[in-house]
Design a protein around this ligand. Structure first.
Ligand SMILES: CC(C)(COP(=O)(O)OP(=O)(O)OC[C@H]1O[C@@H](n2cnc3c(N)ncnc32)[C@H](O)[C@@H]1OP(=O)(O)O)[C@@H](O)C(=O)NCCC(=O)NCCS
Length: 169
């Protein structure tokens, strides 16, 4: 694949259906033995929908291959699941690559853009809540693991994730 096949653009609210489909296909890959199957089945519908607030944020991106949405992800100063912010701290949000486009460097391009933008906007630290499968992806982008926690995806539905972070600048 050459660089000219790939373009990155800012997501928009009207990308909701396309990205929900992409994220759903991507997160279905999490059913590969790292998670308790029953727990994952309850969590997937709650975590697989594109987040309208992110789509309207201007800091959530889509990597398109020949015009087809293949990977998405972004960053925010708002903590996932809340509107709280802490000075100088940013968060990586909702990364997913469609199973047909894995290991092509698409998520790497998106995270590079996120790290550059977050640093330019004043973040000195960026955190993420990584699925157990994505830990090596984030490690390759300079994040270190700081501990596993259970995150509430909805009432009575939790999923273990790895908290990760890296400094910026
Ligand atoms: C994590 C995810 C977004 C990575 O997407 P991707 O576009 O395939 O990632 P890239 O091709 O940009 O990978 C960049 C680097 O990350 C590392 N990496 C990515 N996937 C990896 C894997 N499965 N195992 C080990 N290293 C991996 C590698 O170092 C890779 O570089 P290389 O291919 O040159 O070795 C994708 O696997 C995914 O959507 N997973 C399911 C959903 C998920 O867990 N999302 C994260 C939510 S927190």
């Amino acid at each position: 694949m050459t660089d000219k096949d790939i373009s990155i653009r800012i997501a928009r609210p009207e990308d909701q259906a396309t990205l929900t489909q992409l994220i759903g296909a991507s997160y279905a890959m999490l059913d590969n033995g790292r998670y308790d199957a029953a727990q994952l089945m309850r969590a997937l519908p709650l975590m697989s929908k594109a987040n309208p607030r992110l789509l309207a944020s201007g800091t959530y991106f889509i990597a398109e291959v020949d015009g087809v949405a293949a990977s998405c992800g972004g960053w925010s100063f708002e903590m996932p699941g809340s509107r709280e912010t802490s000075p100088g701290v940013a968060y990586i949000r909702h990364f997913a690559t469609h199973p047909e486009y894995l290991r092509l460097g698409l998520a790497r391009r998106l995270i590079t853009r996120c790290l550059e933008e977050a640093a330019a906007k004043g973040a000195g630290l960026i955190k993420c809540q990584s699925t157990l499968q994505a830990e090596r992806f984030y490690a390759s982008a300079g994040f270190r693991s700081v501990g596993q926690i259970d995150v509430e995806m909805g009432p009575g539905v939790t999923l273990p994730v790895m908290q990760m972070e890296r400094t910026l600048g």
